[in-house]
Design a protein around this ligand. Structure first.
Ligand code: GAL
Length: 671
């Protein structure tokens, strides 16, 4: 069941924040509103963690403070993104019903005192939460300032996988619906292995901690179940809201590094507008490219339509081992990169930096040091620029290349016993995306099996779990003239994590024109050399070509002499395969070669700031906008003509983009 979509309509690009006024005394609120107005804030999320404030005791509601906050925001013309307040249960609830508390895989409970301490399958939690949602929706459902509903908060951020008895029951119910019979389940999970055959449904458990590695098919289904369970919860809240309000409903996704538990491809259709939270992760090799990837994936979830950046940070976060401050200008570059890649909203966690609580060292729009700060001045500058981009809202990003991404493959790749613990799914995706990004190619991120007819180049990194039907979409598209690059470990298992026999890459084998006989991973830190002089790491394969031509072989390592990069003519197209983890420069060269063959070019020719420049085009019905983000310190120039929206200056032929700057050119008729 999916909800009936309502469209999110905001004037221009939304500029906003989470606002948690309950952390402050009322004398601060007037100043907050005045400063929001100064900064150009026009969309504010409230009541996200409001439960214990608006229902301080079971069934006793007190909306006085929220009424006042909403009144103040409305009077200032600020639109409201209204939280349902269910993100974090109050202490009275978990004290009365401790069985609501989630259970970790080792059987230990997670207690009150942090946030999100609830089991996604708990009927007791759901009853209490829906009663609250009803009270909130009844009160504010037709309030003129409410522009959007914000269900819970980052569903599954901490509590996605719960292993308690209630979850176990719900898991069994889900499995029964999926398989119908125990025989079918036993076959799907391969329970003949290690004497795991089930003869009663009640014998089945969530994949709790075991002595040895767990059944990987069971773990895979538990991931699917857990994602579905939270989506079911989202739907339950949405149904209550719908009884009182016709405003659009969403929740904030976490398309960001390391969060893997929700299969957002299956959630997206339920959102009236896709909203994403993104935080730079200083632990990544290239967090700038990861930001671009997350933005492109958010747009993919939105089917190409604009989406909202619901949270990001003005500066450091507080939850990484080392929390990096943003460099001067980085706030602007990060924010406008999201806009370049399809965001029609730029919002932050949070408005005013907390003085207390776990997030007191998290940056905010208004820092502890107040308004006489560089950070505040950058926030105000950004607000002014966002306002000038009103005409960009609603336009769509232009891309002729796609990258296939799958949460199911992520889960299947990460199972406990595998060829190399050093090979992770997201690393492969980031490496592929990083090569496209460095080559300046704009990509759409799509689900396996998605229609590829809009694209000329498709990259498929490490798509470990692959259904025959999904493979057929890809190989048919290649046969019709497409150029695809598939990388190692793809097509290894089917939907049930059962190995595709007869040579790895399974249902892609024929189109790729190779047979992979054996995996031969290499230790992290070791470098492989290929016959074309490029280097690679982590992985090699012992394969033989059937019909493919060898573009490069392994010159050393455990697969010496075997093909490393191959190209197979398939119908009117070309199926390329990389059997190793190419070093970034080699990956980029390969992508550039393929993009050239596919006639896929950067959005506009550019010189200078090599690798540090992002150039992306958003296109409307009668005009287009060229976004140029210069992450480097050297100046760059980009071919463009029209009017630059940040400076208001005309651009005739070439836009100069100083180091660290962003330029957005409204283009004169680009065909
Ligand atoms: C998000 C969350 C916010 C805040 C933020 C800090 O996960 O939705 O409430 O905690 O992270 O980075």
């Amino acid at each position: 069941m999916t909800s009936t979509a309502r469209s999110f309509s905001h004037r221009g690009i939304a500029f906003g924040c989470d606002y948690n006024p309950e952390q402050w005394t009322p004398d601060v609120w007037d100043e907050d509103i005045a400063l929001m107005t100064e900064a150009g804030v026009d969309l504010v999320a409230v009541n996200i963690f409001g439960w214990s404030h608006i229902e301080p005791r079971s069934g006793e509601f007190d909306f006085a403070r929220l009424d006042e906050i909403i009144r103040l925001l409305h009077a200032a013309g600020i639109r409201i993104n209204l939280g349902t307040a269910t993100a974090s249960p109050p202490a009275w609830l978990t004290r009365r019903y401790p069985e609501i508390l989630p259970m970790a895989e080792d059987g230990t409970r997670r207690y009150q005192g942090g946030r999100q301490a609830w089991c996604p399958s708990s009927p007791l939690f759901r009853d209490a939460a829906l009663r609250l949602v009803e009270a909130v929706a009844r009160r504010y459902g037709d309030h003129p300032a409410v522009e959007l509903w914000h269900v819970s908060n980052e569903l599954g951020c901490h509590n996605a996988l719960c292993y308690c008895d209630v979850s176990a029951d719900s898991f069994r119910f889900w499995l029964h619906r999926r398989y119908g019979t125990l025989e079918a389940l036993n076959t799907a999970w391969g329970t003949a292995f290690w004497s795991q055959t089930y003869s009663e449904w009640d014998e089945i458990l969530p994949p709790r901690a075991t002595l040895s590695s767990r059944n990987p098919a069971q773990s895979l289904d538990f991931h699917r179940f857990s994602s579905d369970e939270l989506l079911g919860y989202y739907r339950a809240e949405t149904e209550v809201i719908r009884r009182f309000s016709d405003k659009p409903v969403t929740t904030n996704f976490m398309v960001t590094a390391h969060i893997e538990n929700m299969d957002y491809w299956s959630w997206a259709a339920d959102m009236d507008v896709i909203a994403n939270d993104h935080y730079l992760d200083g632990r990544l090799a290239d967090s700038t490219a990861e930001l671009a990837f997350a933005a492109d994936l958010s747009r993919g979830l939105s089917g190409g339509a604009p989406w909202i950046l619901m949270e990001h940070s003005t500066g450091a976060v507080n939850w990484q081992p080392l929390n990096l401050a943003k460099a001067p200008g980085q706030l602007l570059r990060n924010s406008l990169t999201h806009v370049a890649r399809g965001a029609d909203g730029v919002c932050f966690f949070q408005w005013r930096a907390s003085l207390q609580g776990s997030e007191k060292f998290h940056s905010a729009m208004l820092p502890h040091a107040g308004t006489d700060t560089d950070l505040w001045r950058e926030v105000v500058e950004l607000g002014g620029i966002v306002e000038r981009l009103e005409e960009v809202a609603g336009t769509r990003v232009e891309a002729h290349a796609a990258l296939v991404f799958s949460w199911e493959s992520w889960w299947a790749t990460q199972t406990e016993s595998r060829p190399s613990q050093a090979v992770g799914y997201l690393d492969q995706v980031h490496a592929a995306y990083g090569a496209l990004h460095a080559a300046g190619i704009t990509v759409d991120v799509v689900a396996p099996g998605a229609d590829l007819s809009d694209y000329r180049l498709v990259v498929v990194p490490g798509l470990h779990l692959l259904r025959a039907a999904e493979a057929a979409v890809l190989t048919d598209w290649i046969a019709a003239g497409g150029i695809a690059l598939v990388t190692y470990y793809s097509g290894t298992v089917d939907e049930q994590d059962r190995v595709w026999a007869g040579g790895y890459t399974g249902p892609l084998r024929e189109a790729l024109g190779i047979r992979v006989e054996e995996f031969a991973p290499v230790a992290p830190g070791e470098t492989l050399t290929l016959t074309d002089g490029s280097s690679a790491t982590l992985w090699s394969e012992r394969s033989r070509v059937t019909t493919a031509a060898v573009a490069a072989s392994f010159a050393d390592g455990p697969s010496q002499g075997r093909p490393a990069i191959t190209r197979n003519a398939w119908g009117d197209g070309e199926a390329w395969y990389a059997a190793t983890h190419l070093a970034p420069d080699a990956y980029r060269s390969l992508i550039e070669r393929l993009a050239d063959a596919a006639d896929v070019r950067p959005a506009a020719p550019a010189t200078g700031a090599d690798g540090a420049l992002e150039v992306v085009r958003r296109r409307g019905s009668d005009t287009s906008y060229l976004f140029v983000v210069n992450h480097g310190s050297a100046a760059a120039s980009v071919q463009a003509s029209g009017t630059e929206l940040i400076t208001g200056m005309p651009v005739a032929g070439v836009a100069q983009v100083p180091g660290g700057a962003v330029r957005i050119v409204r283009e004169e008729l680009v065909a």
